[in-house]
Design a protein around this ligand. Structure first.
Ligand SMILES: Nc1ncnc2c1ncn2[C@@H]1O[C@H](COP(=O)(O)OP(=O)(O)OP(=O)(O)O)[C@@H](O)[C@H]1O
Ligand SMILES: [Mg+2]
Length: 326
C-alpha cells in the first residue's frame, strides 16, 4: 500500500472576533495533524463535537487551505513548501456531507445536481453528461427516471444516494464522508453503508470517514484516528483500537459506547468535565484536566504521537508504562 494523502503538522487557525470592539482571536481548529491515508483504505476520524473533524475534511477537499503544515494529495503538494497546482486535484477528492436535505439544491432537478461537477470541470456535451449522470444514478441504486425529479420527492436515504452519485461522477480517487449516515434512520444507515462499501470495492476508492458513532466506525474502518481538541491523539488499525485502546480519551469514548466497550474487566472511564475552550486550551496535554492518569508532566509538556505496537498514541501515561491494562 502507498499513501495517497500525507499530512505533516497540518494546522488550521480561524480568526474569530468575539465582540465588536475586541481584537480577533486565533482559534486553532486543527493543530499539527500528522497522518497518512493509504490508497484504497477507509480511515475513520472520530472525536467529540468541535475537535476539528470537519475542518480537516475541508482541508482534505481543498475547500480551505491549511494555515500551516504540508499537505500532499495524490502526489501533489497543496500547502506548505513547494505547493503545487491544486487545480489538478479538483476531480481527485470529493466530499459527501451529513445532511442530505441541506446539501441538495431544492430547485434543481436531480440530473442537474449530479451533472454540475461535470459542467464545471469538463467540456462534455449535454448528451454525454446525461449519460454519465444516468450511469451514476444506477451506480448508487437509483433509476434513470429519477433524473428529472426534484430532491423533495426522495427519502433521506435516497437523497444521500443522490449526493453520493454527484460525488463519484468525476471519478474521484478519494471520498471524504463527513458523517454520511448520522442524519438517517438506523435501517437506512445500513443500506447506505453497504452502498459505500460496494462502491469502494468496485471503484477502488479511498475513504476518509468522519463519524462520532463508534459502532459504525468499527464496521467500516480499516484504521481509526482519534482527535481531541484539534490534535490526533491515537491512530491505530481498527482491531487494535477496539481490542486495546491506549489513549485514556479513546478508552473513555469507547466505554461511552456500550456496543463497543471492550469486554474488559477494566474500569469504565467516565468523561468528566467539559471540553476546554478551543480559544484557551490547557497547557501540556489538552486532555489532562479530564484524565484520571494525568501527572505534573502531562500538565506542562505536550505529548507527541509515538509508536506503541501497531498504534501511534500521544500519551505520557502510555509512554511511561503507568497506564493500567484496558
Ligand atoms: N469557519 C470557522 N470560523 C471560526 N471557527 C470555526 C470555523 N469552522 C470551525 N470552527 C471552530 O473550529 C473548531 C472545530 O470545528 P469543526 O467543525 O471542525 O469540528 P467537528 O469535529 O467537525 O465538530 P462536529 O462533530 O460538531 O461536526 C470548533 O471550535 C469550531 O467552532
Ligand atoms: Mg463536523
Amino acid at each position: 500500500m502507498s499513501a495517497i494523502v500525507t499530512a505533516e503538522d497540518v494546522s488550521q487557525v480561524y480568526e474569530v472576533r468575539r465582540g465588536l470592539f475586541q481584537k480577533p482571536l486565533g482559534l486553532k481548529a486543527v493543530k499539527d495533524a500528522s497522518f497518512v491515508v493509504e490508497e484504497g483504505e477507509t480511515l475513520a476520524i472520530v472525536g467529540e463535537s468541535g475537535c476539528g473533524k470537519s475542518t480537516l475534511a475541508r482541508m482534505l477537499t481543498m475547500i480551505e487551505t491549511p494555515s500551516d503544515g504540508n499537505l500532499t494529495i495524490d502526489g501533489v503538494r497543496i500547502s506548505g513548501d513547494g505547493a503545487g497546482d491544486a487545480k489538478k486535484l479538483r476531480s481527485t477528492v470529493q466530499i459527501v456531507f451529513q445532511n442530505p436535505y441541506g446539501a441538495l439544491n431544492p430547485r434543481q432537478k436531480v440530473g442537474a445536481i449530479i451533472e454540475e461537477p461535470l459542467k464545471i470541470n469538463t467540456s462534455l456535451s449535454a448528451a454525454e453528461r446525461r449519460k454519465k449522470a444516468e450511469n451514476a444514478l444506477s451506480e448508487v441504486g437509483l433509476r434513470p427516471e429519477h433524473y428529472g425529479r426534484y430532491p423533495h420527492m426522495f427519502s433521506g436515504g435516497q437523497r444521500q444516494r443522490i449526493a453520493i452519485a454527484r460525488a463519484i461522477i468525476l471519478e474521484p480517487k478519494i471520498l471524504v464522508l463527513d458523517e454520511p449516515v448520522s442524519a438517517l434512520d438506523v435501517s437506512i444507515q445500513a443500506q447506505i453503508l453497504n452502498l459505500l462499501a460496494d462502491l469502494q470495492e468496485r471503484l477502488g476508492l479511498t475513504y476518509v470517514f468522519i463519524s462520532h458513532d463508534l459502532s459504525v466506525v468499527k464496521h467500516v474502518a480499516d484504521r481509526v484516528m482519534v482527535m481531541y481538541l484539534g490534535r490526533p491523539v491515537e491512530i491505530a488499525p481498527v482491531d487494535a483500537l477496539y481490542a486495546n485502546p491506549l489513549h485514556p480519551y479513546t478508552r473513555a469514548l469507547l466505554s461511552a459506547t456500550p456496543a463497543t466497550d471492550p469486554k474488559s474487566k477494566g474500569q469504565r472511564i467516565k468523561l468528566s468535565g467539559e471540553l476546554p475552550s478551543p480559544f484557551s486550551p490547557p497547557p501540556g496535554c489538552s486532555f489532562n484536566p479530564r484524565c484520571p492518569y494525568a501527572n505534573e508532566r502531562c500538565r506542562t509538556e505536550l505529548p507527541l504521537l509515538t509508536e506503541h505496537g501497531p498504534t501511534r498514541v500521544a500519551c505520557f501515561a502510555v509512554e511511561e508504562g503507568r497506564l493500567p491494562a484496558a
